[in-house]
Every structure is written in structure tokens, then in C-alpha cells.
Design a protein around this ligand. Structure first.
Ligand code: AMP
Ligand code: ZN
Length: 139
């Protein structure tokens, strides 16, 4: 299903032009218009899913396999030194376009791409709280 108000649905369907690196029946891979580094790409499923919370499991599996294939090829093409695969879910986590996508971000030595976070420490209280809640959880 597509969402008629979703720009990534239109891009994935080819209704809006994009710099397409790869396409198959399930996905289109495009260059991000606001790249974090040279070659930053997005994997877009052709079906509309808001994010990972409602992503079809078969598409999720295929997306990860495609991410692996893309970064292996693009590492050679771009001559980069590494890759971050990033995927944001909901506004609080940085999602700005509400159609599931995976960021493939090439990394170059000294590129200053800032994906760091402040490293905390796991307290005994948090650890016990989380493990207990999970034990009690009935999904
Ligand atoms: P996120 O913040 O994880 O939702 O990522 C959205 C990404 O989509 C950002 O990196 C934007 O630069 C990118 N973006 C937004 N609109 C377009 C577009 N029309 N074509 C390509 N990339 C886009
Ligand atoms: Zn969509």
C-alpha cells in the first residue's frame, strides 16, 4: 500500500525523480539530498510503512540483506573506509520522514560526521528494572 501524502512513496514509485543507485520490485535506493557524507544513500521500500515498528518482517529481512550488498559495492565504488547503517524511528529518535528508510552513510577518515552520543554507565538499578519488566512482559 502507498500513502498518497508520502514523498518517499512517490520517490520509491518513480513518480518523483531521484538519483537512484539501485531498484528492484521491493526497494529503491537513492542518494540523500542532505548527505552526511559523500555517497549517503537511503533504502526505501516501495510499500509504505511508517517505520520499523510496523515494517513487514519479510521486507525487514530483505532490507538488511540489501544494506549489506549496497555497502559492500559502494565501499569499492566510493573508496570509503567504513559505513554507518542508521535507522530512526519516531520524532524523538530523529525521524523526519515517516516512511521507513535505512541510512547508508559512508565514512572517510577524519570526515567529522557526528553520530556520537554521550556514553553513560549501566546502573544496577536500571539493569534490574529492565530485566524484571521484560520478564513480566507478555507481548
Ligand atoms: P530521517 O531524519 O531518518 O527521517 O531521514 C530523512 C532523510 O531524508 C534526511 O537525511 C533527508 O536529508 C532525506 N530527504 C528528505 N527528503 C528527501 C528527498 N526528497 N530526496 C532525498 N532525500 C531526502
Ligand atoms: Zn510512504
Amino acid at each position: 500500500m502507498q500513502d498518497e501524502n508520502c514523498i518517499f512513496c512517490k520517490i520509491a514509485a518513480g513518480e518523483i525523480p531521484s538519483a537512484t543507485l539501485y531498484e528492484d520490485e521491493d526497494f529503491r535506493v537513492i542518494l540523500d539530498l542532505g548527505p552526511a557524507s559523500k555517497g549517503h544513500a537511503l533504502i526505501l521500500p516501495k510499500e509504505h510503512y511508517r517505520n520499523l515498528f510496523d515494517l513487514d518482517e519479510e521486507i525487514a529481512a530483505k532490507a538488511m540483506i540489501l544494506a549489506k550488498k549496497m555497502i559492500c559495492v559502494m565501499k569499492e565504488v566510493l573508496g570509503c573506509d567504513g559505513y554507518n547503517v542508521v535507522q530512526n524511528n519516531e520524532e524523538v529518535a530523529g525521524q523526519t520522514v515517516f516512511h521507513f528508510h535505512m541510512h547508508l552513510i559512508p565514512r572517510y577518515k577524519d570526515d567529522n560526521v557526528g553520530l556520537e552520543w554521550n556514553v553513560g554507565s549501566l546502573s544496577d538499578e536500571d539493569k534490574e528494572d529492565i530485566l524484571n519488566k521484560l520478564r513480566e512482559y507478555r507481548g
